[in-house]
Design a protein around this ligand. Structure first.
Ligand SMILES: Cc1ncc(COP(=O)(O)O)c(C=O)c1O
Length: 413
């Protein structure tokens, strides 16, 4: 029989589901930030008690602090199947994108062109749009207002000999369909163009194959992938080596720290290996422990998660599709090949804010707004203050929770 995700085991790993304050909340705001498993919390706690000293010194607490931090870098590199010196850990994706765009200022100059989308979260638009201040020409790849999708044929029309960079989301945090990054990268590389991918809305549901896609730079937020409030920026080593040093003068050449002034928060970095420990525990529980590397284990775990998440979103989509007063954004298919389990919608004659507030009273956590994807909502003709209602699920949500949400929506729609 096909292995299925053991939801009881999954929920037992997250203390939020055992705590009386949070256990009855049907939490559907995961695209805003996920819960953390005990493996992360325990490491954080232990670091704060026994290793909260300046790391990399010569006494045991300091040696161990450094070792824990290095261990996280090593484990994350193995999970992503990249080198440990091909990424930095910073405070947020917004900040990491600003660091990246600033570090490329010497190579993208006046008269050069870059392409951004209007489907993205502003973090992956604003940092690039700011380069217009130095004379860079910024072009917008607009989504199709009927389907909310980015169409490759539209991108091709925007590319010229002067195009240096394309920046786009792997998945939009509102539309949720999976953009074909691999094809975009192929088109771009054939013409010497670099591609930046925003994987923030993707990485809670899969491990992007960065080497397979051949993406040049890729960013995602670790607090949305079961970790603390940190974010990761990946770049191909040979490209990172060409970026400008944003760090202290004496660190010139010390790639990738040249992009990481101040470095990450130590205790949070140290507990990142709690994320990979969590995936490993899920793997061992479902497949038995073995010596496969973390990337292989992670991929197997996410195969289970795909099926499980598809089932959750199908139930919600099937309900919403029948409601004549509901405008669903993006694809109506529940298939993983089409979309992630985030559903955004508006309701004729009802404010999205009111729906979110009423849900809150029923202990159902959803939100309304533009989720910083305001250009996306504008492109779809949706008023950005009230915005959409967004329901974002991950693999620890249950069918019962989705049913609770449906029962609530049924009473108000
Ligand atoms: C798709 C997407 N990109 C970027 C960001 C920005 O991430 P951060 O909060 O780490 O700056 C978000 C945050 O919601 C997002 O959803």
């Amino acid at each position: 029989m096909k292995n299925q995700l053991d939801i009881n085991f999954i929920r037992s790993q997250f203390p939020a589901f055992q705590n009386e304050k949070t256990q009855n909340l049907a939490f559907f705001e995961n695209a805003g930030g996920t819960y953390v498993p005990n493996t992360v919390i325990e490491k954080l706690n232990d670091f704060m008690i026994t290793k909260k000293v300046q790391p990399y010194g010569d006494f045991s607490a300091s040696i161990e602090a450094g070792e824990e931090m290095d261990n996280s870098m090593k484990k994350i590199a193995e999970l992503l199947n990249v080198r440990h010196d091909e990424f930095i850990i910073g405070p947020s994706t917004t900040m990491n994108m600003f660091l990246l765009s600033n570090s490329l200022k010497d190579s993208i100059i006046e008269g050069d062109e870059i392409i951004v989308t209007n489907q993205d979260h502003e973090a992956n638009i604003g940092a690039w749009r700011k380069l217009a201040e130095t004379g860079v020409v910024v072009k917008e790849w607009c989504l199709n207002p009927e389907t909310a999708e980015l169409e490759i044929s539209d991108l091709e029309k925007l590319i010229t000999k002067k195009t240096k960079l394309i920046s786009m989301c792997h998945t939009s945090n509102v539309i949720a369909s999976i953009n074909d990054l691999k094809t975009v990268v192929k088109i771009a590389h054939d013409q010497g163009i670099k591609v930046v991918g925003d994987g923030v809305a993707y990485m809670a549901h899969d491990i992007a194959d960065l080497k397979g896609i051949d993406i040049d730079f890729y960013a995602f937020s670790l607090y949305k992938t079961y970790g603390p409030h940190l974010a990761l920026l990946y770049g191909k080593k040979e490209l990172l080596e060409k970026t400008k040093n944003l760090n202290h003068e004496f660190l010139q050449g010390d790639v990738p720290y040249t992009l990481n002034p101040g470095g990450p928060n130590h205790e949070e970095l140290a507990c990142l290996s709690g994320i990979t420990d969590y995936y490993e525990n899920v793997y061992n529980h479902h497949f038995g422990s073995d010596k496969s590397n973390l990337n292989k284990k992670g991929k197997k775990v996410f195969e289970l998660i795909y099926d499980y998440e598809e089932n959750l979103i199908k139930i919600l989509l099937d309900f919403l599709k029948l409601k004549k007063n509901v405008r669903l954004l993006g694809k109506t298919s529940h298939l993983r090949s089409d979309r992630m389990p985030t559903v955004s919608f508006t309701v004729d004659g009802m404010s999205s804010y009111d729906i979110a507030v009423q849900a809150g009273k029923e202990n159902i956590g959803i939100r309304n707004g533009e989720f910083y994807a305001w250009r996306c909502l504008q492109g779809l003709g949706i008023e950005t203050n009230d915005g959409v209602v967004r329901v974002s699920m991950v693999h620890y949500n249950t069918i019962e929770e989705v049913q609770r949400l449906i029962n609530f929506l049924d009473t108000i729609l």
